[in-house]
Ligand binder design. Sequence first.
Ligand code: NDP
Length: 247
Amino acid sequence: MSMDGRTCVVTGSARGIGRGIAERLGEEGANVVINYRTSEGDAHEAVEAVEDAGGRAITAEADVTDREQVERMREVCHEAFGPVDVLVNNAGITADTQFVEMSRAEWDRVIDVNLGGMFNCSQTFYDDIWESDEGRLINISSVVGKQGNFGQANYAAAKSGMFGFTRSIALELARSGSTANVVAPGYTRTDMIETVPDKVLDRIVSGVPLERLAEVEDVAAVVTFLSGRESSYITGEIIDVNGGMDL
Ligand code: NDP
């Protein structure tokens, strides 16, 4: 299996896209750290799912905005599996509202989780990724980071911020042979879009050449490829998984 023995931390992986990534990495034989903030029950189910799929897994509670909690998560990973080879910064939130009505708190919260969390986790696991034989840093952005979106100025700013960060870190990591890339999914069927009215989803799908939303498996397959050794000459890239929305 392509991920045999490689240790992967996936933030926010008790549910949604992160869970899909964790299970797919498990299928490829990885050791997976299931990070959660509130979804403890789902995190334990995710561990079982990864183990059923053929991998090994543990849970690690940490709010990615809290550096001390992230550092404790690193200790938990090291005790269970040793140094980390792959970090997937997946944890993310939205707080949608038109810009004129957006509070500074709504701005800060979205920036803090999506970008601040990425900063905390990337810096905490940086030495592991540097020292790994083929370390991988993978940041989950969004099509909204490229296109912008009505009512999502905070989220779009955070998600496009990931592009510049990743390209810079790719340059810094390159001397170690490790890579950093972004995966930018289109609208994906998870809790995050549950509150989006059907009428709006229909309009979104009508703008997708492949005429459907993404499933978590679509995103997980690409992240798993980037996590493995076969992707060793791809770095600083933004890989779209959006059904052709840019065409
Ligand atoms: P969900 O809302 O389904 O899940 C969000 C996940 O993020 C949960 O596992 C949650 O953990 C975790 N999380 C949130 N805040 C924190 C925090 N402070 N610390 C640790 N974990 C946290 O979202 P999706 O699965 O849909 O999204 C996953 C990623 O993909 C996000 O970055 C999102 O922006 C991105 N994305 C999603 C798209 C979509 O259409 N769904 C499209 C493009 C990108 P817990 O439950 O434990 O609190």
